[in-house]
Design a protein around this ligand. Sequence first.
Ligand code: ATP
Ligand code: MG
Length: 341
Amino acid sequence: SQRVFSGVQPTGNLHLGNYLGAIKRFVELQDRFECIYCVVDLHAITVWQDPVELKKSIREVAAAFLAAGVDGDRHIVFNQSQVSVHAELAWVLNCVARLGWLNRMTQFKEKAGKDRENASVGLYVYPDLMAADILAYRATHVPVGEDQKQHLELARDIAQKFNNDFSQSIATNGFEEKFFPLPEPLIAGPATRVMSLRDGSKKMSKSEPSDASRINLTDDADQIANKIRRAKTDPFPLPETVEALKARPEADNLVGIYAALADTDAAGVLDAHGGAQFSQFKQALVDLTVEKLAPITAEMKRLVADPAHIDATLAKGAERAETIARETMNAVKDIVGFVRR
Ligand code: ATP
Ligand code: MG
C-alpha cells in the first residue's frame, strides 16, 4: 500500500516556504494516500530550544497542519516524542548508516557553521532520525522541500543497507525481501525551494534572524504587504518567458510563489504578468498571498487558543501512529536478533 510520511520542526516562525514546500502538499495528498504527518520535536532539539517556546511551537505546527486542511480524523497527526519508536529505531539505524555518508550532509555543515566542534551530536545524526521517522511507518512517499532531498537519499541508502545486511534474517523471520520500502521523494511544483525575500541565494528559513526575509504564517495583511513591497528585486520589468527568469533569482522566486499560490506554473504567471513592472506585480502578489493565507492564519489562531483540543488531537494521533510503528520495531528487533519480551 502507498503511505505518505512527512514532518515539520517546531522551531518557531512557520513561513510561506514551509507552507508551499510542505504543508500545502500534505493537504493535496490526502485523497491519494494514507498520510502520517508529524511535528518533529525530537529533531527540533538538535539545536537549543527554549522549553516554553518549544511547547508553544509544537501546538502551533499542529494547528498549521489542521488549519491548512489536514484531516486529523482520516489521517494521522501527532508529535514525534510521543512515539518512542522514533528514537529506538534511530539507534538501530545509527548502527547501519556509515560515518562517511553523514559527513557528506550539507545541512549539518550549514547549521553547525564555523564552530563545528560545538554542534550537538544530535544535529550530526539528524538524518538517521529522519530515516527512522519514515521507515518506522514503512512509508513509500515523502513530500518535502528541495532542501531535504539529500536526507531522503540517505534514508533510501539506509533502508537498502538494512535490507541487504539482514537479508538472511529477514527471510528466516518470514518477511518480504524488501523489508523497508525505499521511500520516494515527492518534490515537484513551482515552490520546492522558496527563497529569502532579502537574498535570492538563500532559502526562506525559520532560523534566519531577519524577519523581513520571510512571510510568517502568523503575519497579518499589513505585514505581508510591507514585506512583499520591500522584497529585493532587479530593476527590470517581469520577463515574457520562463527561460529569461533563470538568470534573475529574485524575480524567479516571486513568480514561483505566485504560481504555487495560484495553483499554476511560472509560464501561466508570465502569460498574465509578463512585461509588468515589479510595483504592479508585487501588488497582485500581495493580494493573492493575503487571500490564500488569511483564512489559514485565522484558523491557526482559533486553534492555538484551545491547547487542550490540540493536545487531544495529538494524543489520539500518537496512539494510532504507535500501533504501526511498534509493529515495525518488533519486526526490526526480531530481524536484528534481539530477544523480545
Ligand atoms: P529550520 O530553519 O528550523 O530548519 P525550516 O524552515 O527549514 O526550519 P523545517 O521544519 O526544517 O523548516 O522543514 C519543514 C518542511 O518545510 C520540509 O519539508 C522542508 O523541506 C520544507 N521547507 C523548509 N524551507 C523551505 C523553503 N524555503 N521552500 C520550500 N520548502 C521548504
Ligand atoms: Mg530545515
